[in-house]
Design a protein around this ligand. Structure first.
Ligand SMILES: [Mg+2]
Length: 244
């Protein structure tokens, strides 16, 4: 399918999780300083090794416990990018489908996404199995999100018309560009030159208010301005603050 590139309005907005909705890489929270895990993550996110080559290895090294999932969810919440929940509420107000597509661990990404206001059914990540004592057994080896090209597959399946904008920071996000009308590199946490080069737009401010003009049309901004109770005033004020 040929890529149909267009500007806003878009029917749907999809966010990556790690280093996009939150400033951490969840998997690195499993152990205090683990140089090998950090190195594997950096290699995969830079696109130097395919994700499937590092996915299982990182989990074996980290040996996650069921209890770690809740802890990582809290860390995601504590390190959420400013404006993320407000932006998601604004997109919902405009009637858009908002989803999260992440190569992170579902039991940690899901509660964080739900807290940001994304419906659980629209949160996609890699599920993990634990035994009754809470020890790690395996990850969902069938998940497309644990392998290279998987985000593209999942997006093409969920948004067959391609009327979707994707916001992400990594090589696996850039790979999904062909399935989207617009790919935005969010570089406030990690700036990867190859991803920026391949992106349609770069947003470097550490406030998701800065994403708004790239996600919605001028008419849609007016709809937000007219929302009852000035609900999106804070988000819009920050947007105006950065305009020339
Ligand atoms: Mg990421």
């Amino acid at each position: 399918m040929a890529r149909i590139v267009h500007g806003p309005p878009f029917a749907a907005v999809v966010f990556d999780c790690d280093s996009t909705l939150s400033s951490i890489e969840g998997i690195e929270e499993l152990t205090a300083e683990h140089p090998e895990i950090s190195a594997l993550t950096a290699e995969a996110m830079a696109g130097r090794v395919p994700l499937e080559e590092v996915y299982g290895r990182r989990l074996e090294l980290a040996g996650p416990l069921a209890a770690d999932m809740e802890r990582i969810a809290r860390r995601y919440e504590a390190t959420a990018i400013a404006g993320a929940a407000e932006l998601i509420a604004a997109l919902h107000h405009l009637g858009k489908r908002v989803e999260i597509v992440s190569g992170g661990l579902l039991p940690a990404v899901r509660p964080f996404g739900v807290q940001l206001g994304v419906p659980a059914a629209g949160i996609h990540a890699v599920d993990v199995e634990f035994d009754t004592s809470g020890a790690y057994v395996d990850y969902d080896r069938g998940s497309p999100l644990a392998r290279a090209g998987g985000k593209r597959e999942l997006l093409a399946e969920r948004f067959p018309a391609g009327d979707v904008v994707l916001v992400g920071d990594g090589a696996t996000d850039l790979e999904a560009k062909d399935a989207c009308a617009r790919f935005i590199a969010f570089t406030a946490v990690e700036r990867r030159p190859d991803v920026v080069e391949g992106a349609d737009v770069e947003v470097s401010q550490a406030d998701h208010a800065a994403l708004l003009p790239h996600l919605v049309s001028a008419e849609e901004v007016e709809v937000l301005r007219a929302a009852p109770g000035g609900r999106f005033e804070g988000l819009l004020a920050r947007l105006e603050g950065e305009q020339p």
